[in-house]
Design a binder for this molecule. Structure first.
Ligand code: SAH
Length: 495
């Protein structure tokens, strides 16, 4: 027997794969048999398609009843019979009775109506994919029913990759569809134009919800052909170190970046997630070592953006909390460079969470203050009277060197010497340490444990909760070292 080229090709793909289709169901009758929670899930997937959904079931669950009451579906409380398939384009068998489901599949097959039988790939002539939706832009994933969990896993990965604004971008392109076709009748040329637009300013404007500006930029790109290729800067908060604390936006910006300017506070684990062929520039300062001055950072951002690069300015924590993000935006604005800001989890949030310290608490603290006191001059400008009030939590950034002054001023202004504190060193990282005690002994305890930067001081009644609520890394070290029953690792490290 000689095989035709077609059978040879398909036998290599055995078992055959499914053919992906996107069906236009507007106004078309879709029958769903069953009205429990599984059926409801399928019905939900069908609702936004404009299909005329008819549900047949002997009994219906609350969700299906509510949809019927709202007039969004038609519900018939009846047993399945074949005539219900008349005029149907598609049927979903979602009863909990395998015999009925098989009967539906057979009847559908006989009438050439596509059928999906829940949890039964063999009986189904169509399968419903796992879907990532961005408005009308959809990515559908199928494992041919062989491994739905794998499809779901892939779906989750794609969810993280695709920006939410893609649905809006689709609507924008549709509005200009005729003009685009008229301008570029030649397909390869049209394709190249799309490529340029998609890497230009338009998607960025849509992401920033500047819909009118995006419309104008697209119109410009059509009229002048030249797509604006000005670079841009995204100020991204990298969080405290644990890469799991990045936002999806941050991850996407790191994926797109041509140039990444990062601080020393940005962890290696976070940098490892960035686009491999991006240019990495370390502008961080490490005590005693050379660092790029703030003006130099501005110049670098501007230079790369003006050359058309997508620059990510990556900062520890949040860019707007003691991160000089404001100054950087001013510098960009002065040069007319587009920017976006992606917030990050600031050290106070992260350290508190990872040490089991709620920053506010009904019984102990009704407000939180983020404070920095890294040098004498800035400490003198602080409102120590206000900071010494009780029932508030203070989070001191960059405070390791000035702990004595913090203690003395707070106590002098009336904060109780018995107020608990916790110092969180390397918060959220593998080497996180938490040291606790009371304000009276703050500098001494920190010195005993050789606390080093980066460390955050949390002061207030809530700090005492770390002893009970800690969950991450080593348990808190409390008090002075001579109180400790056994000399511990930090002591060795201090030596
Ligand atoms: N923009 C950053 C803060 C920069 S100032 C943010 O929002 O977190 C630098 C100070 O932040 C450090 O001196 C330290 O006090 C604190 N800090 C940053 N990351 C930290 C971490 N992982 N653990 C403890 N403190 C941290």
């Amino acid at each position: 027997m000689t095989a035709s080229p077609a059978t040879t090709a398909s036998s290599r793909l055995f078992p055959p794969r499914l053919f992906p289709l996107f069906a236009d169901l507007r106004g078309r009758r879709v029958l769903v048999v069953g009205a429990g929670s599984v059926a409801a899930r399928k019905i939900r997937a069908l609702l936004d398609t404009g299909a005329a959904i008819v549900v047949v079931a002997v009994a219906a669950g609350d969700e299906v009843l509510a949809l019927a009451a709202d007039g969004r579906i038609e519900l018939a409380l009846a047993a399945f019979d074949e005539t219900q398939l008349d005029d149907a384009w598609f049927v979903v068998a979602a009863t909990n009775d395998v015999v009925t489901n098989a009967r539906i599949a057979a009847a559908a097959e006989a009438r050439r109506v596509f059928a999906n039988v829940v949890d039964d790939a063999a009986l189904s002539t169509v399968q419903l994919p796992a879907v990532v939706n961005r408005g009308r832009l959809q990515v559908a994933i199928s494992s041919a029913g062989a491994a739905p969990m794998l499809a779901r896993h892939v779906r989750a990965q794609i969810e993280t990759l695709l920006d939410e604004s893609l649905g809006d971008l689709l609507e924008l392109f549709e509005r200009h569809r005729d003009a685009i076709r008229a301008r570029w009748s030649d397909l390869p040329q049209r394709r190249r134009w799309f490529e340029r637009v998609l890497t230009g300013v338009v998607p960025r404007l849509v992401r920033a919800k500047q819909h009118i500006a995006a419309d104008i930029a697209l119109q410009d790109a059509l009229d002048n052909d030249a797509v604006e290729h000005q670079g841009s800067v995204v100020l991204v908060g990298a969080g405290p170190g644990d890469p799991g604390l990045l936002t999806l936006r941050a991850l996407r910006a790191l994926n797109e970046a041509d140039v990444i300017l990062h601080d020393h506070l940005v962890s290696a684990d976070v940098l490892a997630l960035a686009r491999r062929d991006a240019t990495f520039i370390d502008v961080g300062k490490q005590a005693g070592q050379h660092r790029v001055e703030q003006d130099g950072i501005h110049a670098l951002m501007i230079e790369h953006a003006q050359r058309g690069a997508r620059v990510v300015r990556l900062k520890g924590g949040d860019p707007f909390v003691f991160g000089r993000g404001g100054e950087e935006l001013e510098a960009l604005r002065a040069e007319g460079i587009r920017y976006e800001v992606v917030p990050g989890i600031t050290a106070a949030n992260a350290c508190a969470a990872y040490a089991g310290i709620p920053l506010t608490h009904r019984d102990h603290a009704q407000s939180v203050r983020l404070v920095t006191a890294h040098c004498g001059k800035s400490a003198d400008r602080l409102d120590w009277n206000g900071l010494a009030q009780d029932r508030q939590t203070l989070a001191f950034y960059m405070g390791v060197a000035g702990l004595e002054r913090i203690r003395d001023r707070l106590v002098a202004h009336g904060r109780a010497a018995s107020t608990p504190f916790a110092i969180v060193e390397n918060g959220s990282r593998a080497d996180q340490r938490v040291v606790t005690g009371t304000l009276a002994e703050l500098p001494e305890i920190a010195r005993d444990h050789a606390v080093r930067s980066p460390a955050l001081l949390i002061l207030g009644e809530v700090a005492a909760l770390a002893d009970e609520l800690h969950w991450f890394g080593a348990p808190p070290l409390s008090g002075r070292c001579h109180d400790l029953p056994v000399p511990s690792l930090p002591l060795e490290r201090a030596a």
